[in-house]
Ligand binder design. Structure first.
Ligand SMILES: [Zn+2]
Length: 327
């Protein structure tokens, strides 16, 4: 029997788009590296997942200005809010169903653009205590609250002492070391984070392991790891830029009104003004769109030790220690 393939054309982009809707975020990151047209299927899905979490915090006509304002503040979405987006469609998705406050980290002295954005849409601003884990990296913390609708909306803003990246790296849990900026989704410890695990940073662990409210599983060390540590070995110093262990997905944050939105989609003219509102000449724009983590090079590591049996980094450290104690 002859089959005329042209009579039943396979629209590969349609197939990939359906696939993209059902896979966990980590697989979207993988798909983005597949050959064309896979990236074209990934981008709208990433945009949909992020905007579906952010959208309720702002009216439709304010949405095009959110990421430009965030960018002007040198800021990023972070914390549990971002983790909820990253865990959608994963096997642990049920643990990430509840609402969490939006969390934003911004550069020192640059909180005004993003704070003004929220104040313009009826949020009230108040100072809050700096969480203990951020005491060394956060200068001030604010909570913006909008209780004018059915649901009380809360946004926490942490203003860094030096760089926004340094605040993200001072989290106690590696699973919270993720950011979403105007251009990128950055996951600093992807292997554990996408396995719904976290390594606990620092040495004070006593209060953590009993905390059943956390949606991820906590480990005080990596002795249970069975595969090579690679670039994510907890004792290896990492970089905030050019680090092999970090996973980065470029995305297009521009908001496009969807079916069901009450306002009309924005025309091209409005987009053009939204763009020119935050960028100057070409060089300045190029600078502003550089990697979030590049703004300050931070050298960091999760732990002083790696406990994975057979890790060459741990063996080298043990050898050095033997030599030093002998001397
Ligand atoms: Zn290791």
């Amino acid at each position: 029997m002859e089959v005329d393939l042209n009579a039943h054309p396979m629209y590969i982009l349609d197939v990939l788009s359906v696939l993209a809707r059902h896979v966990p975020f980590v697989q979207l990151m993988d798909m983005f590296r597949w050959e064309w047209p896979a990236p074209m299927a990934v981008d709208p899905e990433v945009k949909q997942r992020i905007w579906s979490k952010i959208g309720k915090y702002m009216p439709v006509d304010a949405r095009p200005w959110f990421f430009p304002s965030l960018s002007d503040s040198g800021g990023a979405l972070t914390g549990l809010f971002v983790l909820h987006i990253l865990m959608e469609n994963s096997e642990w998705a049920a643990t990430y169903q509840g609402d969490v406050d939006m969390e934003i980290v911004v550069e020192t002295g640059h909180e005004e653009p993003i704070t003004s954005f929220f104040c313009d849409i009826e949020y009230k601003v108040g100072r809050i205590d700096i969480p203990p884990e951020f005491e060394s990296t956060v200068e001030s913390a604010y909570e913006l609250v909008n209780d004018s609708g059915d649901e009380v909306l809360r946004v926490k803003i942490y203003v860094s002492k030096s760089s926004a990246a340094s605040v993200v790296l001072s989290n106690r849990y590696t699973a919270l070391m993720n950011v979403i900026t105007r251009e990128e989704v950055v996951v600093l410890c992807p292997t554990t984070t996408f396995a719904n695990e976290t390594l606990v940073c620092g040495t004070d662990h006593d209060d953590l392991l009993d905390d059943t409210k956390l949606p991820f599983q906590c480990f005080v060390d990596n002795s249970h790891w069975t595969t090579e540590c690679g670039d994510e070995c907890p004792m290896v110093y990492r970089k905030t830029f050019g680090d092999g262990g970090v996973r980065i997905l470029k995305w297009d944050s521009k908001y496009v009104a969807e079916e069901g939105d009450t306002k009309q989609p924005l025309g091209d003219d409005r987009w053009a003004s939204a763009e020119s509102g935050w960028g100057g000449d070409g060089d300045e724009r190029a600078m502003r769109t550089t990697h979030f983590c590049l703004k300050e090079a931070v050298r960091w590591r999760v732990s002083e030790e790696c406990r994975r049996p057979g890790c060459p980094n741990a063996q080298a450290l043990a050898a050095r220690r033997a030599y030093i104690s002998f001397v």
